[in-house]
Design a protein around this ligand. Structure first.
Ligand code: HEM
Length: 148
């Protein structure tokens, strides 16, 4: 196994941690928001871990970006849908999702009322999740599964 395959499998598999924890954070945030619940230590940790996982995925993605044969810097890149997706679209959409999570986390930390904290996480993390789902669909790779 070379460095490219290693990082590809790592990045591909790591998405499940990102998706599972962000979904958990989103569900707890909606439950807290509409159920007018306290903002617990468990909520704080889930939201923080979700953000850390997003940032870790960004770091693995950045390494992969310079190893992947699908990332091409050429005149023809923008005309080739596959090269354009991996060189421009994937990184742009995913970084946008990571920024949303980071802003949501920071905003929620500054708010004092539990309902406001939950609402901020619910909105920002859901938007980020949506961007990730759209980006994966656009890749034309299966939502589940690892490309060999
Ligand atoms: C939450 C953030 C991200 C998620 C959920 C995600 C998810 C994925 C998925 C599902 C694949 C396909 C893997 C496969 O086919 O087995 C992939 C591939 C890839 N991602 Fe990401 N990604 C994220 C962020 C990033 C970022 C920020 C970058 C660049 C800095 C990046 C660069 C790449 C590259 C270069 C590939 C490789 C394609 C290949 O050579 O097959 N990803 N990513």
């Amino acid at each position: 196994m070379n460095a490219y395959s290693f990082f590809k499998y790592f990045h591909s598999g790591f998405r499940y941690f990102v998706i599972i924890v962000v979904l958990l954070a989103i569900i707890s945030a909606f439950a807290g928001w509409f159920g007018k619940k306290q903002y617990t230590e468990a909520n704080r940790k889930t939201n923080l871990i979700a953000m850390i996982l997003f940032h870790t995925q960004l770091l693995i993605g950045l390494v992969l970006y310079f190893l992947s044969p699908f990332v091409v810097f050429a005149k023809t890149t923008m005309k080739d849908p596959m090269a354009r997706y991996w060189t421009v679209e994937h990184i742009t959409m995913m970084i946008f999702a990571i920024v949303l999570v980071t802003i949501g986390h920071a905003k929620s930390k500054r708010i004092t009322l539990p309902v406001g904290k939950h609402r901020t996480i619910a909105i920002f993390y859901s938007l980020a999740f949506l961007v990730v789902v759209v980006a994966i669909i656009q890749s034309h790779r299966p939502f589940f599964g690892i490309t060999q």
